[in-house]
Design a protein around this ligand. Structure first.
Ligand code: PLP
Length: 837
């Protein structure tokens, strides 16, 4: 049912922490009634749930206005160094619950609403979940915002205010269908439009070089787009601090269009023009299969970067002074390659507008910028055709060309005559501009997101760059905020932890380690089991309402929720379930624990095989769920429209976390951390942060299988993998692979031949067949452990107890000290030595 939205947990009064906001229940009630009446000219009893929700958001915004203002004032007064985190994605999740929680207002609000006959949970559910991101990258950025504010760090986000969020996924006849996510339809009350701080961004035209003593670059004939900022408050955890996420929206000034050469005086044309301008911030990652699509993506990236930098510099000028001090006062962080244009754009501003010399401008830029690499997938390491770049951004093109020239000269000095190496490392080569290369050259720090990932960057993918400038490369293992991903989404577990070790873990997650002492304690285990069951019941209720499927809450909930992608290997999971089903068919008395296999995730719109994987999962679900002979021993469900809200429901209810990518492909993963914090046991490959999770929990508390990254990379280098051999040697595997095409899925015909071919005829690039046997064996181990409930619960506790190091508070403290060089004692909200190492 499209109308059914994932619900939200409500915190217990004790878990909600002290009501330190200074606002009483009586005052809240009064303020809320007044707010509704002022906004809607009607009484609380007569307005809709949407109106009630909007009024509540508006009231919470009123409450946070003062700390927001104070925070800005304090930054101005102290001149603290500011960090700006540029990201094309911010996957925030619903904000009402987290803002109430961080403000310390949750308990008061809950009580006040209840006295007014309202339910906070219902109102939280009204909130749209803003889909301003795809998955891990955007969610990571959102966790970092929470940690920056909660650590007292002056750090802000710079992102895009997409008119439409990532598509809404519906499953129709087992297939993914994409619907527009019109998240702004009913307004978004969290942000504040700041038209007075709008800036102009210029595209196209040409650059004239004027030389009278000093060379000047005159950009002419360009098209102007107005960038209007919308500020979203980012509330720190009960520290009186509110940072800002600035989201940019593209708008046309129609009054100017009438006089513009391309506009004419025709009103229709003006409207059309405004539509093309607004296209810039319409959607995330416009389809780039055409030239126009590529141009739009590049323009979108430049739009974010130029608008963001202009506003930073304007603000800096107002408050600080000389640009030579810029790197001591400002740090700019580039999240993945999408905002790499920050580098040439800052140079442009410093050179053309501030009249600095190249050397001065370059030094400032490099000292200011840092870059995080998030993937080694070649398709995600962006490059742009040189002529497209030159056409869309003519001045930046000249700057990039100059950077490339200086850089190649220094390469030449280091490696005289080594043309091959220089062309491999150049920023511009074979008529393409390599954004990751530009990032490495133009930043003082380049970090990977897990130890293995950084290792692969340093020793393989970016080895030559690392040899040339080793000091730049470093690791910052990802983290997630325990406030949203435990306290808010799993209040019952949070309560149990607090009852067991006290409340300090919310701000000091490393203290979760104290749980280890209780992990074998019967009473603790009993409570843990109860909490899990309660969360499973909540998820089962949602699944029943939304999909009409009844789940057995006493079965093992085994979840793989993430983007659908060949390297994440949902197919491996499917083949294993098929094999289990076959075994049950052969032997209906087979002694296995009942399993519920849960899938969720979106496939990119043009990614056909991934979309077919969704159909495959749903076909399997149809078959298995309707086969009475297996007596509900296994169930398969695909939960549509995976997003942050759904993750908040699935993760706390999960027993087994599937983290099974082909080793070397998953840079870090963050879903894996969220599951462990909620007491799920990981079954996973030795990839990304799984490796560090294993180090943290110990090998008894995680189940690993499959090829290592070394082995995978060795196969890529030396060949020698023949999927046919594996297929021939393993009867159970052969059976399931054949079943993809032999009528096992009655209505499928040849639908899954693409999967079959990729496994057998196209080399099984992701080693699904190769890892199948060890994956199956790992599942058997898992079942054995689960049967021995005290052992299993001990494993669950160990996962929670050792999740502290995967807090984004730890990650961000590392970024602050190592990359941005922010000293704890310089923080204006110095909650700090405890958080900064
Ligand atoms: N999408 C959402 C909504 C998430 O919460 C997460 C978790 O971090 C992801 C995607 C990324 O998941 P994974 O790291 O497992 O790919």
């Amino acid at each position: 049912k499209p109308g059914v939205k994932p619900g939200t947990a409500v915190l217990d009064a004790a878990q909600a922490g002290p009501a330190d906001s200074g606002i009483t229940v009586e005052q809240f009630k009064q303020d809320y009634r007044n707010k509704v009446e002022r906004m809607y000219g009607d009484g609380l009893e007569r307005v809709s749930d949407l109106d009630k929700y909007n009024a509540l958001v508006s009231l919470v915004r009123d409450y946070l206005a003062e700390p927001w203002l104070n925070t800005k004032e304090k930054y101005r007064r102290t001149g603290a160094k500011q960090v700006y985190y540029f990201s094309i994605e911010f996957l925030l999740g619903r904000l009402l619950g987290s803002n109430l929680y961080n403000l310390g207002l949750n308990e008061v609000c809950q009580q006040a609403l209840s006295e007014l006959g309202l339910d906070l949970r219902t109102l939280r559910q009204v909130e749209e979940d803003p889909g301003l991101g795809n998955g891990g990258l955007g969610r990571l950025a959102a966790c970092y915002l929470d940690s920056m504010a909660s650590l007292g760090l002056p750090g802000h986000g710079m992102g895009m205010r997409y008119r439409y969020g990532l598509f809404e996924q519906r499953i129709v006849d087992g297939y993914q269908r994409e619907y527009a996510d019109d998240w702004l339809m009913d307004g978004f009350y969290w942000d504040v439009r700041k038209p007075a701080e709008a800036v102009e961004v210029r595209f196209g035209g040409n650059v004239r070089i004027k030389s009278n003593g000093k060379t000047q670059y005159i950009h002419e004939g360009y098209e102007t787009v107005l960038a209007v900022p919308y500020d979203v408050p980012v509330v720190g955890y009960r520290n009186g601090m509110v940072n800002t996420l600035r989201l940019w929206s593209a708008e046309a000034r129609l009054s100017e269009v009438v006089c513009a050469p391309q506009g004419g005086s025709d009103c229709q044309k003006a409207v059309e023009y405004s539509q093309t301008v607004e296209e810039l911030s319409n959607i995330l990652y416009p389809d780039d299969s055409t030239y126009e699509g590529k141009a739009l993506r590049l323009k979108q990236q430049y739009f974010l970067v130029s608008a963001g930098l202009q506003s930073i510099i304007r603000n800096y000028r107002e408050n600080n002074g000389h640009l030579r001090e810029f790197p001591h006062k400002i740090a700019i962080h580039i999240n993945d390659t999408h905002p790499v244009l920050c580098i040439p754009e800052l140079l442009r501003i410093l050179l053309d507008e501030e009249q600095l010399t190249w050397e001065e401008a370059w030094n400032i830029t490099v000292q200011t910028m840092s870059y995080t690499n998030h993937t080694i997938l070649p398709e995600a390491l962006e490059t742009w055709p040189e002529d497209l770049f030159r056409t869309v951004l003519p001045r930046l093109y000249l700057i990039v060309r100059d950077i490339n020239e200086y850089y190649c000269r220094s390469l030449w000095e280091a490696y005289p005559g080594d043309w091959d190496r220089i062309s491999r490392m150049a920023i511009i080569s074979y008529n393409r501009i390599h954004m990751a290369h530009l990032a490495i050259v133009g930043c003082h720090s380049v970090n990977g997101v897990a130890e293995l990932h950084t290792d692969i960057l340093k020793n393989k993918i970016m080895k030559e760059f690392c040899d040339f400038s080793p000091a730049k490369f470093n690791n910052k293992t990802n983290g997630v905020t325990q406030r949203r991903w435990v306290s808010l989404c799993n209040p019952a577990l949070a309560q149990l932890i607090t009852d067991t070790i006290g409340p300090r873990w919310v701000e000091h997650p490393q203290e979760l380690a104290q749980l280890e002492r209780h992990s074998a304690d019967t009473a603790f285990q009993h409570h843990l089991l109860k909490v899990k069951l309660q969360n499973k019941v909540a998820l089962a209720k949602y699944v029943k309402e939304k999909h009409g499927i009844t789940l057995d809450v006493n079965s093992i909930f085994d979840s793989q929720v993430k983007r659908i992608h060949a390297y994440k290997r949902q197919t491996l999971n499917v083949l294993h379930i098929m094999a289990l089903y076959n075994r049950l068919k052969e032997n209906p008395l087979l002694d296995i624990e009942p399993h519920t296999f849960i899938f969720g995730g979106k496939a990119a719109v043009n990614y056909h095989i991934a979309k077919n994987t969704i159909k495959l999962i749903n076909s399997l679900a149809d078959l298995v769920n309707n086969d009475k002979s297996i007596r509900d021993k296994i169930k398969v469900v695909f939960l549509e429209n995976y997003n942050v809200s759904l993750a908040e429901l699935i993760i706390p209810a999960t027993d087994v976390s599937e983290q099974i990518p082909t080793a070397s492909y998953e840079a870090s993963g963050t879903g894996n951390m969220k599951f462990m914090m909620n007491g799920a046991v990981t079954i996973g490959t030795l990839d990304g942060a799984n490796i560090e999770i294993k180090q943290a929990v110990g090998e008894d508390n995680i189940i690993v299988f499959g090829l290592t990254a070394e082995e995978v990379l060795a196969y890529y280098r030396g060949g020698g993998y023949n999927p046919w051999e594996v297929y021939q040697d393993n009867e159970r595997l052969r059976q399931v692979v054949d079943q993809l095409i032999n009528g096992f899925f009655p209505a499928a015909g040849d639908l899954f031949r693409g999967h079959f071919d990729s496994l057998l005829h196209q080399g099984d690039h992701f080693f699904v067949l190769k890892d199948f046997a060890s994956y199956e064996a790992a599942h058997q181990v898992l079942d054995e452990r689960y049967k021995d409930r005290p052992v299993w619960l001990k494993m669950c506790s160990a996962n929670i107890a050792h999740s502290g190091r995967f807090s984004s508070d730890r990650t961000f403290a590392e970024y602050a000290t190592d990359i941005w060089h922010i000293r704890p004692d310089t923080l204006p909200f110095s909650a700090s030595e405890k958080q900064i190492r």
